[in-house]
Design a protein around this ligand. Structure first.
Ligand SMILES: [Fe+2]
Length: 245
């Protein structure tokens, strides 16, 4: 089972797929790369606000299109939950929610700001019984400057998702370097594409898995694109590598 926990494949919702054709093209690319399951994680803000039920409804419609086109890919509903100050209000209104019906939440810090309150919101999710998976910390500027910012989150049992392209490409030099450092330090748990278009941050994982294998070895790299994200689908506990800081 190869699982991509972070994509913007749902058409016409955010800055991801524009229409069904683009979504189908993304799905074909994912399948060609070996992906079997993919979470649709539209931004919960700065886009069309969708409740959990509305995301599920749109995912069901997309799944019908995929099935008709004979594309063997299972789409699971989710949200990419942005850690705005009032995120928990949106959570309570079901405008932000977990990955599928699991205990895992894809939580995205703001790109230019990370402070104690960011950690407090993540801790509140833990208190409610969830396990946050931080979306692409390697692309967040304050974290690039100071990785220790996320140590309290990791110490609490938080997980991280590195974006594929941060590993296989050094176009964003700082994200690339931060991703490599996180891998070396045991601070990375899942690789996902954060695919937005068939041509922008494409829905591919294998190239990133190979890049990760060169640093952490093949079994840990496999855990990052298969075992760990599969545990999200199955709502099983993920055993994180010991933190080396
Ligand atoms: Fe995203």
């Amino acid at each position: 089972m190869i699982v991509d926990i972070h994509t913007h494949i749902l058409p016409g919702v955010d800055d991801g797929a524009t229409n069904f054709n683009e979504a189908l093209e993304m799905a074909r690319l994912a399948v060609a790369d070996g992906t079997t399951h993919l979470f649709a994680t539209p931004h919960h803000r700065d886009c069309t606000p969708l409740t959990r039920a509305e995301v599920s409804d749109r995912v069901a419609k997309l799944q019908v299109r995929l099935d008709k086109a004979n594309i063997p890919l299972t789409i699971i509903p989710g949200h990419e939950v942005r850690l705005y100050d009032d995120m928990l209000d949106d959570w309570d209104r079901e405008l932000a929610g977990p990955l599928g019906n699991s205990r895992y939440v894809l939580a995205e810090p703001l790109f230019h700001h990370y402070d104690a309150h960011t950690n407090e919101m993540l801790f509140e999710l833990f208190d409610r019984g969830y396990i946050p998976i931080m979306a692409h910390p390697e692309r967040i500027l304050p974290i690039q400057k100071d990785l220790s910012l996320i140590e309290p989150f990791l110490a609490r049992g938080g997980l991280t998702q590195i974006t594929s392209s941060s590993l296989y490409s050094d176009k964003d030099r700082f994200a690339h370097q931060t991703a490599l450092t996180m891998l070396r330090n045991g601070m990375a748990h899942i690789i996902a594409s954060d695919a937005h278009k068939p041509y922008r941050r494409r829905p591919i994982l294998m190239k990133a898995g190979q890049a990760a294998a060169r640093i952490v070895g093949s079994s840990q790299a496999e855990a990052m694109i298969s075992t760990n994200p599969a545990a999200v689908v199955q709502n099983k506990l993920i055993s994180a590598p010991t933190l080396a800081v």
